[in-house]
Design a protein around this ligand. Structure first.
Ligand code: BGC
Length: 766
């Protein structure tokens, strides 16, 4: 390994400042005098977008021919760590072959609203799932000695005012929902770089956020790599460097390098801070440069085949009634007494399989469902509606309708056109184009065997859901999407994807509906920790499809959770094992999901939260066991009072199932906290709080209550009539009475209050 310390010692101030911004759109700077190489970084995340010339971060100019894998919306739905790791490894190898040092991904921002234009790139509404998937991807890429850049750090959950708006959220919400995906990735996989986002957080630019980029990311989590600005996210370069932003991208504007030099010269920026940024950048540069694999080849044919396989394991079968799927190739086409199979919708020929913007891949080979299906059997086709807009033409509708009347099965290929969903702006509604909803309704009225395949990066409303027999969510499945869909439709692959996000019935149901996307440069995260199923499940709301949902062509029995212990301290871990049996007739994969419910009642918390999952492959009749480990974080909430994670002492329920709404078995566990906040009594402490602690409850009973004669309710008054306030009611009311109020309603003096408060604190050991 190069002696980085020695190199820094030889660099001039100008060279050091220069190294902290790129040479151009995609390269770090070289220092030829010292043989420091320049290396390339490229987008990401679901394929390699390596641009030769004409660099841009909006997907406008072309990049090399590459393989487009399923986007984040799809890969998260695989709930499959090994699969995502394999995909990462494949992309890492491509980077080696193409001499790219860092791939700019994964993108892990939480799906706060289905309307975020970039949700297709993001992973989940759930931080645990997003963290696990991100860590797997990073490990896969980095095993090939290529770095990753987990992005966009942080609270960048919308495109509206994305480069300047302020995300306003409280500490608990930030810690529980918006940071853990980054935290898990850092702790488990140590990404080589992290990309700070464009936006502000509670008024401070992410790029200048010392708390985020240094105190939390490095001091608390132990991040060792460099922080790179999102392209153009740097506001005040010197402030950014002080906060922990090491590399400014894109490069080419050398004015900021000069500002750094001046700040050091004038004593406003310690040179050691600059040296540290240079050290971090060079460590990652050399880690790649010294591990270049000269023999790596980008075998596009092989990687395309992988893209198809991966896509087939990500798609989610949302509904399948009356055995309408899988389609049978033999029954269709010639000689089929029930009529032919009909495909409708231009997405059958032109699938939408990736989103617009910086992740846009120049594809090697695109497979479409129509051509793939026709390799297997005769399929009729009616365009019905276009793939790229919202156009209803009666001739097209009528043609599709006439063919549907005679078809055995009708498969509608629906989805969001490119312009509906992209980086750079948010969606304006959760609806499909009106032409698609209208045609689906008409076809459902003439053929009961209607199947809808969806191509979209984020939930859509489905007003027709009850009138169709099957729905397959293909998401944006990459260039192999068409073939993967056909394999699933024809039963060559058994679907095993699960929703990584809730599909609400309508946009107005979403937790942040009243606060998205904000106004006047601020967006308030008022729903707090109640994002996605945390909200819908706590409110017991009806949803279209719940988080974690996804069907299979076989059936599974999920057993009750078996715990390695029933009573633990929060410093221990507990192992949960669950038996799963394939009770159907075909091979399949099931995802066992583990949720935790806090029964202690200490804090206002979601009904349940995902804290474990495992995917298992089983032959018909086979039984297997999955195992998941829980630790303190599985039970804890973020206590602003302690400034740390806190799992209150008490009971927790462990729920296992195959969606947040389909729980197969539960078990209880007692956890004892080792960092409960200190309970200190003061004159305003309520009597109810004293009742909750054994040490103070005793004093309350023996001493305090005797001073409350005035208040003590009696069942009857002196005339034998019922009192307005019964004893129970009196006790309930007293819960909220501060100790000091016993001066007014009891017989305490000021001095007594002081003495009693002191005695209570002594009893608590304070
Ligand atoms: C995007 C990043 C991307 C970068 C470089 C930015 O606009 O937000 O995700 O990696 O451009 O293309």
């Amino acid at each position: 390994m190069a002696d980085i310390k020695a190199l820094i010692a030889q660099m001039t101030l100008e060279e050091k400042a220069g190294l902290c911004s790129g040479a151009d759109f995609w390269h770090t700077k070289a220092v030829e005098r010292l043989e420091i190489p320049s290396v390339m970084v490229s987008d990401g995340p679901h394929g390699l977008r390596k641009q030769a010339e004409g660099g841009d971060h909006l997907g406008i100019n072309d990049s090399i021919v590459s393989v487009c894998f399923p986007a984040g919306c799809a890969t998260a739905a695989s709930f499959d760590r090994a699969l995502v790791r394999e995909m990462g490894g494949t992309i890492g190898n491509e980077c080696q072959a193409e001499k790219v040092s860092v791939v700019l991904g994964p993108a892990v921002n939480i799906k706060r609203s289905p309307l975020c234009g970039r949700n297709f790139e993001y992973l989940s509404e759930d931080p645990y799932l997003a963290g696990e998937m991100a860590a797997s991807y990073i490990s896969g890429v980095q095993e090939k000695h290529v770095g990753t850049s987990i992005k966009h750090f942080a609270l960048n959950n919308q495109e509206h005012e994305r480069m300047s708006g302020s995300s306003e959220a409280d500490e608990r919400t930030i810690r529980e929902i918006y940071l853990p995906a980054f935290e898990t990735a850092v702790k488990k996989s140590q990404p080589k770089t992290i990309m700070n986002s464009y936006n502000r957080i509670n008024g401070v630019f992410a790029a200048e956020n010392h708390r985020l980029l240094t105190e939390i990311l490095r001091d608390e989590w132990g991040f060792e790599g460099y922080v790179v600005s999102d392209w153009g996210a740097t506001n005040d370069r010197v402030k950014g460097m002080e906060a922990g932003e090491d590399l400014e991208m894109p490069g080419g504007n050398f004015a900021n390098d000069a500002l750094i030099v001046r700040a050091v010269r004038e004593g406003r920026l310690p040179e050691s801070t600059l040296d540290e940024a240079v050290r971090r950048i060079l460590t990652v540069v050399y880690d790649y440069a010294e591990n270049v694999s000269p023999d790596a080849v980008f075998d596009r044919e092989r990687d395309h085949a992988k893209a198809v396989d991966i896509a087939a394991q990500c798609m989610v079968l949302l509904k399948n009634e009356n055995g309408v799927l899988p389609l049978s190739a033999h029954a269709a086409g010639c000689g089929n007494p029930d009529g032919p199979i009909l495909f409708v919708g231009e997405f059958a020929e032109k699938p939408r399989f990736q989103g617009g913007g910086s992740s846009h891949i120049n594809c090697y080979q695109i497979t479409d469902a129509l051509r793939e299906a026709r390799k297997r059997t005769d399929v009729q086709y009616a365009k019905g509606f276009p793939a790229d807009g919202d156009v209803s033409r009666e001739e097209d509708f009528a043609e599709a309708e006439a063919l549907a009347k005679g078809a055995s099965r009708v498969v509608v290929f629906a989805g969001l056109p490119d312009s509906f969903e992209s980086e750079g702006y948010d969606r304006s509604s959760m609806k499909l184009p009106a032409c698609q909803d209208a045609l689906i309704e008409r076809l459902a009225a003439v053929n009961p065997n209607l199947i809808v395949v969806l191509h979209n990066g984020s939930p859509v409303e489905m007003p027709w859901a009850d009138r169709v027999s099957a729905i397959l969510e293909a998401y944006l499945g990459g260039e192999g999407s068409g073939e993967a869909v056909v394999r699933i439709l024809f039963g060559e692959e058994n679907p095993s994807g699960k929703l990584a996000e809730t599909f609400p019935l309508r946009l107005e149901d979403t937790p942040c509906y009243l606060n998205f996307p904000g106004k006047g440069g601020k967006v308030f995260y008022r729903e707090g920790v109640f994002v996605g199923y945390r909200y819908y499940d706590s409110r017991r709301m009806e949803v279209l499809f719940p988080f974690g949902h996804g069907l299979s062509y076989t059936s599974f029995r999920i057993g009750a959770p078996v715990l390695s212990a029933s009573d633990i301290r929060d410093t221990d871990t507990v192992r949960v094992t669950v038996e799963v049996t394939n009770t159907g007739t075909v091979f399949g994969r099931e995802v066992v999901q583990l949720y935790v419910r806090d029964l202690t009642g200490t804090e206002i918390r979601p009904d349940k939260e995902l804290k474990g999952f495992a995917k298992i492959a089983l032959a018909p009749g086979e039984t297997g066991t999955v195992s998941m480990e829980l630790d303190k974080r599985s039970f804890a909430f973020y206590s602003e009072e302690i400034g740390d994670w806190y799992a209150p002492t008490g009971e927790y329920e462990i729920l296992v199932g195959n969606s947040s709404r389909n729980i197969a078995g539960t078990a209880k566990l007692h956890v004892t906290s080792t960092n409960a906040p200190r309970f200190a009594v003061h004159a305003n402490t309520m009597l109810g709080e004293l009742m909750q602690h054994p040490e103070t409850a005793e004093i309350l009973k023996t001493t305090l209550l005797s001073h409350m004669a005035l208040l003590a309710p009696q069942e009857k008054d002196e005339n034998g009539r019922d009192q307005a306030v019964s004893e129970d009611m009196g006790m309930a009311m007293m819960r909220y009475m501060p100790i000091r109020a016993l001066r007014s309603f009891g017989s305490l003096t000021d001095e007594n209050v002081e003495e009693i408060v002191a005695a209570l604190n002594r009893a608590l050991g304070n």
